[in-house]
Design a protein around this ligand. Structure first.
Ligand SMILES: C[S@@+](CC[C@H](N)C(=O)[O-])C[C@H]1O[C@@H](n2cnc3c(N)ncnc32)[C@H](O)[C@@H]1O
Length: 421
């Protein structure tokens, strides 16, 4: 347990897959050296306290995560039962932020509002007060303000809708939580940019699959591998290279392998395009290599035990529009299990000690509740790996929905380690 002075209170909004965001948050806290700290989970948010040093480090790391939606700091809290007091405090808070964010150049200020209470009446009361205060104050200042998020709370909006307002650039967001008898309020100062991810997803030089691994998920997988700058990641099923690119963005060196020559060429094209686009991000040419071969024979190419992690979304079986019969499903999963075992046996022999394998496992879910998937324990046993310890809050296996109507494969994220901790 690390002792620290708790100077800064922050909030973190979890994404649609809460377990995945919590897992990323736990890795982020570990990276900045603050594990085992107490936090409160409130609706879609986590509230926690950090000292000044960790606070700065925390916000620097957030861009590297893939599934956390937004974060910010809490300015104040006040007893909600004393209406005069909270109104006064919120007014100060609003005036201070309007002054801070408005300038001669910026006469149009957007103010977003996210009020998280379980009582609708209270929420309306707070929202109404904030709206009146902002309108009156901006009139005095001859400032044009646009107040967003009155009808819906931002937790009801998708990150895409949230970011579309481009709030982060041209305004600020006031956030209020009513937890028990306290009104806590603060300001958002970090938001994911799903627009950029979608643009990049669609702008990939070469796209071969109806859906390659998404940029957001790839970034999450890389983050969870806990590899630091200049480390080395292997993706033995690299497809079009999305995971490799997300790693390179973090200055992590990469090796990609794919047995399909089309995929090999696609990865090379995508990585070359990336290298040209970001020449300043270090000499990318020295940082990646791609092989066209079957990953069951990694030993044909790899020689050194120098990998810092294996991060991959492997071959998940045939592309399906409907669930196969249970018998067919078992057959598919059996053959995938065999493939994963062989590739991970090979791959882990080039992995340094005490490292991670961040892996996706496909699952077919039947209406009667049956789940058919490769056996995770058997994979771990056969490859002398451990399924990373489950802590109280952060589960290792996280279901990740692909989210396209016609696609029936669900996915589990599994983190293996090659060392008993
Ligand atoms: C789910 S895709 C990877 C998607 C990739 N992450 C992306 O975003 O483009 C799986 C890839 O595994 C490759 N693959 C299947 N079996 C393989 C094997 N035995 N060795 C190497 N690659 C294999 C396929 O060609 C396919 O490109």
């Amino acid at each position: 347990m690390i002792k620290m002075s708790s100077n800064y209170s922050i909030f973190v909004k979890l994404g649609s897959n809460k377990e995945l965001s919590k897992l990323e948050l736990s890795v982020l806290l570990k990276k900045i050296g603050v594990e085992n700290i107490a936090f409160t989970e409130w609706m879609d948010y986590i509230l926690l306290k950090l000292n000044r040093n960790s606070f700065t480090k925390f916000f620097k790391q957030l861009d590297k995560t893939g599934s956390i939606v937004k974060a910010g700091y809490i300015n104040s809290s006040v007893n909600i039962e004393k209406e005069d007091e909270w109104k006064l405090k919120i007014k100060d808070h609003l005036v201070m932020n309007i002054n801070k964010h408005s300038s001669d150049k910026n006469k149009q200020l957007k103010v977003a509002l996210d009020v998280q209470t379980k009582s609708l009446e209270l929420r309306n009361n707070i929202v109404e007060f904030i709206r009146t205060t902002i309108t009156n104050y901006s009139k005095d200042m001859k400032l044009l303000t646009k107040i967003l998020g009155i009808k819906k709370t931002y937790s009801q909006l998708t990150p895409y809708q949230f970011y579309k307002e481009n709030l982060h650039r041209r305004g600020f967001e006031i956030i209020c939580f009513v937890v028990k008898s306290k009104l806590i309020f603060g300001i958002t100062n970090w938001v994911t940019n799903p627009l950029l991810d979608i643009k990049q997803d669609e702008g990939r030089q070469t796209r071969l699959f109806t859906h390659g691994t998404s940029i957001k998920l790839s970034r999450t997988l890389v983050f969870l591998s806990e590899v630091s700058d200049e480390g080395l990641i292997l993706d033995p099923f690299c497809g079009t290279g999305t995971i490799l690119i997300e790693a390179l963005k973090q200055k992590i060196r990469t090796i990609g392998v794919d047995k399909d020559p089309k995929c090999f060429r696609a990865t090379k094209e995508n990585l070359n395009a990336f290298s040209l686009k970001y020449p300043a991000k270090a000499k990318m040419k020295d940082k990646w290599v791609v092989y066209s071969q079957d990953s069951r024979d990694l030993g044909k190419t790899l020689t050194d035990k120098n990998l810092d992690a294996i991060v991959t979304e492997p071959h998940l079986g045939p592309f399906l529009k409907d669930l196969p019969s249970k018998e067919e499903a078992r057959e598919t999963m059996k053959s995938l299990e065999k493939l994963y075992i062989k590739v991970l046996q090979e791959g882990s022999s080039f992995l340094k000690n005490n490292r991670k394998i961040v892996f996706i496992i496909p699952v077919y879910r039947y209406p009667d509740g049956l789940e058919v998937n490769p056996n995770i324990e058997r994979i771990a046993n056969q490859c002398s790996l451990l399924i990373q310890e489950r802590s109280e809050f952060f589960h290792v296996s996280v279901p990740v929905q692909i989210g396209r109507k016609h696609n029936v494969i669900n996915r589990y994220l599994v983190i293996f380690t090659n060392h008993s901790s």
